[in-house]
Ligand binder design. Structure first.
Ligand SMILES: Nc1ncnc2c1ncn2[C@@H]1O[C@H](COP(=O)(O)OP(=O)(O)OP(=O)(O)O)[C@@H](O)[C@H]1O
Length: 835
């Protein structure tokens, strides 16, 4: 047996820095600085070998002595000068160590106390003094004895920056270690703060640091204080790192265990609650899902996929985040109709009747729809192209689609594509994404509850594209009869057969539809309605509808044909009938209010009643149909909301040949104006215009409704007519409108949107229209009733336009264009200013 560090420690004055708090460390008793000075150090020392510890100068240690030889040694020493030489054992295996089993450097110690314990062990409390080195072993002694030499403490300049820095670093590191080990008593920090001697600080910390004996011994052997301190600091920092990692692991393990315990209890509690309330546990839930799926007639591939998913679900922990997602997915698979078809009603006569009931006019469109359904009836295979109803807003595209569904006896769903920019909206998100959803198409089919609904793809022209992909290309697959039987939605993961779905798209404009997409659809044109048609629609459909919507019956109030015409004429100017429906709604509401308040109201609405209810006419604007002013021409424009009329005004004022264009014109329109003017200048002689007028007058061309941007070449002949009139002061034919592009050689080129423009002209009360003769074919396509009361004049050249448009007669108060005999001021022609 050998001497061990005592496991019991005096309470108050103990500083402990080892991992095991029960391990004794040190006691600060007397002034260590003084102790370390090594006064009265004897030349020959009895040597006390110790295991597992190294005694440092100034440090107090309790040591239990068990070996007989050593007990004899300490007793003798205690009775004498109380001095022993303490040496750490190199070879810890040896029970009777010789001098070679010990390190050469040790610490001379004073025995402060000797205690004989009841179990026979002897415990001594010793304090290290100065370090010594064994020089020569003495043979004639019952225990180990040696002649030794002493080290003197070298801690150079106590106040140097280096030493101060070192001391503060050591104290910081020690404080950190204390913090990381909560079991060390608070007094330790106080004791540490009280140490002033840098040499003792290094010894004290070296004694307490938790490293193996060999390393401690190395520290003891370093004589230079600064070097010893630096080595010590390195070791402490390493230990801090170790402690921090341990700390982290400890915390994590703790939290994991806590979490597991919480989860366990929670699960138990949920189970108890579920049992009490009769709710299903996860197993029952999976079984229920399987039972629900029993009657599904899904394709084998889908059945396989479903079984796989449900099996997976039964293995997932119900507390895991993915569990509800998986349940949702499986439920979605069950809810989706798989090859569940409604029976089509192919009674085409009945279909036609329903279409006629719901929509007035639109004969050609209805014919086309019936043809389409006839093919479907005969072939029973839907590889016919997708229909696209194209036309201005409010002409009944969407409602026609609904009527088709109703007539066929199919489910109907509407999918608005306006503003869809993300491909995922069509194709869905992968199931692995948080908040993943199926695409709109599959979601709509689920909503319809049948695999063969009529799906209205509303506003297909408004589908956008950005960094999130191009939804149009996803639609390409959907609308391709060759491909859509194997449509894949990212969320669904399995193929879905869309080939039985009847797709009807609607669009206001064809330009923005991807050419490939346009190619897959059969475009059916729905132009706007004439005034007469609108009045009929109002009478047969809209008025009964608004009455019903406002809680009225035909007995409460009726409306005369002239009154309906007044609403159409004075309060709407549109291709469709949506605005008309709104206005009729206002009228009906007014009557409903009177009826509810039991006020008196007209039971037969006449035009004057309509004017009273709706207020001043909105479209009572100047139609410029008098021709008393020079330079005012009516043009015809086409916008995505249908045709419209537009006006061009030109004015001359004395000046220097400046040209001003105003009314928010686009580049193409500005160029048309410049072209028209150049051509007019070249034709000045034949029109009897003095060329000097061009230089001595400023010309201003304005397009009223200045806030509305305008562009396109189709106003070319109208601009030309306007300036020809202003330079000649000749009258323009009244109730005349025109549209056509002009070239610098005076040719008239054809333009588009003729149908809409003709309707707009009729709405505006135009009687004569000038078009390019190449537009003749467009007119032939328009049904005769639209052209009633209209005279179409065809022009190949600008001269043909002038022949119709410009009368010989001068306007009422012609401007007197006087010219001075000045040479032409500029070689470069007139300057053009645009405002
Ligand atoms: N020929 C018609 N006969 C009866 N009602 C009509 C007719 N045309 C349109 N309507 C009615 O006008 C309203 C607007 O029609 P709908 O919503 O179908 O227009 P749309 O062409 O789809 O317009 P948008 O392009 O703005 O979607 C509906 O209430 C519809 O019933």
């Amino acid at each position: 047996m050998s001497e061990n560090r005592n496991s019991r420690r005096p309470k108050s004055s103990v500083l402990h820095m080892a991992e095991d708090p029960a391990e004794m460390v040190s006691i600060i008793a007397t002034d260590p600085e003084q102790v370390m000075s090594g006064q009265d150090a004897p030349e020959v020392l009895p040597l006390l070998p110790v295991r597992n510890t190294v005694l440092f100068p100034g440090v107090v240690l309790p040591v239990t002595v068990t070996r007989k030889k050593s007990i004899r040694l300490v007793r003798k020493a205690y009775r004498g000068n109380k001095i022993v030489g303490v040496l750490a054992q190199k070879n810890t295996q040896s029970d009777d160590p010789t001098i070679t089993d010990l390190y050469e450097v040790g610490t001379m110690a004073r025995i402060l106390k000797l205690l004989v314990l009841p179990d026979g062990n002897t415990t001594i409390i010793i304090q290290g003094q100065s370090r010594f080195k064994v020089e020569e072993e003495q043979q004639d002694s019952p225990y180990l004895t040696a002649r030794v030499s002493y080290f003197s403490e070298t801690f150079p300049n106590k106040t140097s920056k280096e030493v101060k820095g070192l001391v503060s670093s050591l104290k910081d590191a020690a404080a950190k270690m204390l913090k990381l080990n909560p079991e060390i008593p608070q007094e330790a920090q106080v004791a540490l703060d009280n140490i002033e001697s840098p040499a003792f600080l290094t010894h004290f910390l070296s004694s307490n640091i938790n490293v193996e004996v060999g390393l401690k011994q190395k520290l003891l052997e370093i004589n230079d204080g600064v070097e010893r301190g630096t080595r010590l600091l390195e070791m402490m920092l390493k230990e801090i790192q170790l402690l921090e990692i341990k700390h982290e692991i400890h915390n994590k393990v703790h939290t994991d265990i806590d979490q597991q315990q919480r989860d366990y209890f929670l699960r138990q509690q949920i189970k108890v609650l579920q049992d009490e309330l009769g709710f299903d546990g996860p197993d029952q839930e999976v079984e229920k899902l399987r039972a629900r799926a029993k009657d599904k007639k899904w394709p084998p591939a889908v059945a396989k996929h479903f079984n796989k998913e449900v099996d997976k679900l039964s293995r997932v922990n119900p507390q895991a985040a993915e569990y509800p997602m998986s349940v949702n997915y499986v439920e979605f698979l069950i809810d989706l109709p798989w090859a569940e078809y409604t029976k089509d009603n192919f009674n085409l006569k009945r279909t036609r009747k329903i279409l006629d009931q719901d929509h007035y006019g639109l004969e050609k469109v209805k014919d086309r729809i019936i043809e389409y359904l006839a093919v479907l009836k005969l072939k029973q295979d839907m590889k016919a192209p997708i229909l696209c109803l194209y036309g201005p807003p409010g002409v009944g595209k969407t409602s026609l689609g609904r009527s088709v569904a109703q007539a066929l006896g199919r489910k109907y769903v509407r999918m608005s594509l306006g503003g869809v920019r993300d491909e995922a909206e069509i194709r869905g998100h992968r199931k692995t994404y948080v908040g993943a959803m199926p695409g709109r198409l599959i979601a709509q089919i689920k909503k319809a509850g049948a695999s063969n609904p009529v799906i209205i793809l509303d506003e297909i022209d408004k589908v956008g594209a950005d960094f999130r992909g191009d939804p149009q290309s996803a639609l390409l697959e959907v609308l391709d009869p060759e491909q859509n039987s194997t449509f894949t939605d990212n969320y669904l993961e399995v193929e879905y057969d869309l080939s039985k779905v009847l797709f009807i798209a609607t669009a206001n404009s064809l330009d923005t539809i991807h050419p490939a997409l346009r190619d897959r659809m059969e475009i059916i044109d729905l132009t706007g309605y004439t005034l007469e048609e609108k009045t009929q629609i109002a009478k047969k459909h809209l008025w009964p509808k608004v009455l019903h919507e406002n809680g009225l019956t035909p007995k409460d109030v009726s409306i005369t044909q002239p009154a309906l015409q007044r609403v159409v004429d004075d309060y709407t100017r549109e291709s469709g009938v949506r605005g008309l429906e709104r206005k009729l709604g206002s009228v009906a509401r007014n009557i409903a209010k009177s009826k509810a308040l039991k006020e008196e109201h007209a039971t037969i609405l006449e035009p004057k009643d309509v004017s009273r209810i709706l207020g001043a006419a909105i479209f009572d604007r100047d139609l410029y149909q008098d021709n008393e002013t020079a330079g005012v021409v009516t043009g015809l424009a086409w916008t995505s909301v249908g045709g419209d009329i537009l006006f061009i005004e030109s004015l001359l004022s004395r000046g220097r040949g400046k040209v001003t264009l105003s009314g928010q014109l686009g580049d193409v329109m500005k160029e048309s104006a410049v072209t028209a003017l150049s051509y007019l200048r070249s034709r000045a002689d034949s029109l009897g215009i003095d060329y000097r007028i061009f230089d001595q007058y400023d010309l201003h061309i304005h397009f009223p409704e200045g806030a509305v941007p305008k562009d396109g070449p189709s106003a070319g002949i109208a601009i030309f007519t306007s300036i020809a009139s202003v330079f000649t002061q000749r009258k323009i034919r009244s109730h005349l409108a025109m549209t056509g592009e002009i070239t610098l050689r005076g040719k008239v080129l054809p333009v588009g949107g003729i149908k809409e423009k003709i309707l707009a002209a009729k709405r505006a009360g135009i009687r004569d229209v000038i078009l390019c003769d190449k537009n003749r074919k467009d007119i032939q396509e328009i049904s005769a009733e639209y052209l009633k009361d209209l005279t179409i004049h065809y022009a190949a050249r600008v001269d043909d336009v002038l022949k119709v448009a410009l009368l010989d007669e001068l306007v009422a108060n012609p401007l007197k264009l006087t010219v001075r005999d000045e040479p032409a001021p500029a070689l470069y022609g007139p300057s053009v200013e645009v405002s």
